[in-house]
Design a binder for this molecule. Structure first.
Ligand code: FAD
Length: 447
């Protein structure tokens, strides 16, 4: 019997497997697909480098020749006013490289899985988990899989759901709650011959704001020749397209001058894929005998490329409480709670940043160009959201928005949307509770 069974071999499951194997914990990752498989989410943030470094994966990232991501650029709907950042301006503590990566997810996820396997994880591919088993005390104690005609029970001390947006356990236990504000859809594919920009910004991620509310396009370099392009819009707009995806996609591609220019000679090399219904949370991420990590626990709008970083960090945080629980031979929910609190705390900061971004788009570009706030915005964009009890720049953004709301003549006034302002006042309480549980090892306040 394994100590841990992990459902799903994406970045969350593979990083957890790798951390557990490094700690000498026996684990099996069960993945329904046969990698390499296609997956959306191709651009990392710098914070991921720490995890990749800790797991010894940076040499693999170089060997795979993943494109180096040195920065990011945002293009407004008119062709004037593009802003960009270069990560080297404010290097992250503990991250030696001035860049992170853009990845072909087929190759990246396979490399992570292989790495976990090399460290000691057992990896089973092409097998779907059909059920999580619970014992007479309602503790998760294994899974059921189908192999050929046979239904096989595999026992473990702890079960981890890393099934991504399938939210396997969350759906089964009815823990999933749809996001009340965001309901976006994406349509994406790969192109050759995209004009990715000048020498300096060619390998940045480029985000093009569309002239529709909460609409944007990503441009992510996948290789020297291939570029991933995705259109994100409100579900309502997508529904109006009535299934004609191609016309819908190109209509938006033609709606801003910068995009028209970048795509003038582009040739599509893959079919279109769509993603929907992707903003949600689970009411809890842990229970007796189980943990839920990565997208399976929480998904926030991908505007800032946060997903892989959240998945990798959730694998690390989960591994820490699992090691403690195994040492104590105690698999009650309480033992796993510090993991949930750390992850929630981090993702809520992402969520609030995203919410303020959509509330007043020009504010983001204004703040990023204001010396007083530039470093703090950088830190958020790099994924520094964990173990923080305060994020002053988000409060400053909120205060600014209130000022705009109260000033009829304000130049940003017309850009205000109806998204409600959030509240992160729970962060210090979270921090105190987490400390009491012996959870977070470092309490970093915002710089
Ligand atoms: C439109 C869009 C754009 C995005 N852009 C970015 C981006 O630029 N940067 C970024 O960092 N993130 C981005 N993301 C998010 C990113 O895709 C995810 O956060 C990331 O893939 C999460 O990793 P994961 O391991 O939790 O889940 P996944 O990568 O989805 O892995 C889950 C795995 O579980 C397997 N599985 C599911 N059910 C079962 C089962 N029953 N049995 C066995 N295996 C199972 C699946 O086959 C899959 O391989 C984007 C997401 C969307 C929707």
């Amino acid at each position: 019997m394994d100590d841990v069974i992990i459902i799903g071999g994406g970045p969350a499951g593979a990083s957890l497997g790798a951390f557990l194997s490094k700690a000498g914990v026996s684990n099996t990752i069960i993945e329904k697909a046969n990698h390499p498989r296609e997956h959306v989410g191709e651009s990392l943030v710098s914070n991921s480098n720490r995890i990749l470094s800790e797991l010894g994966l940076l040499p693999v990232m170089e060997a795979e020749k993943f494109i180096h991501k040195y920065g990011a650029a945002w293009h407004p709907p008119s062709s004037e006013g593009t802003v960009s950042i270069r990560f080297a301006e404010f290097p992250l503590e503990g991250v030696d490289q001035p860049y992170t990566y853009h990845v072909d997810r087929g190759k990246f996820d396979l490399a992570l899985l292989k790495h976990a396997e090399a460290l000691g994880s057992k990896v089973i591919q092409g097998i779907t988990v059909s059920q999580v088993l619970f014992d007479e005390n309602q503790f998760a104690c294994g899974v059921r899989v189908k192999i050929g005609d046979q239904s096989v029970a595999l026992k473990s001390k702890i079960v981890v759901d890393a099934s991504g947006r399938d939210t396997f356990l969350g759906r089964h236990l009815r823990l999933k709650k749809k996001d009340p504000i965001f309901n976006q859809y994406a349509i994406h594919t790969w192109f050759e011959n995209v004009d990715r920009g000048d020498e300096e910004t060619r390998d940045y991620i480029h985000i093009y704001f569309l002239p529709v509310e909460r609409g944007w396009v990503w441009q992510i370099p996948i290789s020297r020749d291939l570029t991933s392009i995705g259109v994100v819009v409100e579900r309502e707009q997508f529904t109006q397209a009535k299934g004609d995806l191609e016309s819908f996609f190109y209509e938006h591609m033609h709606s801003t001058p910068d995009l028209v220019y970048a795509m003038r000679d582009a040739r599509r090399v893959r079919g279109f894929k769509t993603e929907g219904d992707y903003s949600y949370t689970l009411t809890k991420f842990v229970g007796d005998g189980y943990l839920i990590i990565g997208d399976a626990a929480r998904f926030v709008d991908p505007i800032f490329s946060s997903g892989i970083s959240v998945a990798l960090n959730s694998g690390k945080f989960a591994s820490e409480v699992i090691v403690k629980a195994l040492a104590a031979n105690d698999f009650r929910e309480e033992l796993f709670k510090p993991y949930e609190m750390r992850l929630r705390q981090g993702v809520e900061i992402w969520y609030e940043f995203i919410r303020l971004y959509y509330k007043l788009l020009p504010l983001f570009t204004y703040f990023i160009q204001t010396p007083k706030y530039r470093l703090q915005i950088f830190r958020l964009l790099q994924g520094e959201v964990y173990d923080r009890s305060e994020v002053p720049v988000l409060q400053a953004m909120r205060d600014y928005i209130k000022k705009v709301e109260n000033t009829e003549t304000h130049v940003f006034r017309r850009a205000l949307t109806d998204i409600p302002l959030g509240d992160l006042s729970f962060l210090p309480e979270f921090e105190a509770e987490l400390e009491a549980l012996g959870g977070a090892s470092t309490a970093v306040t915002a710089n």
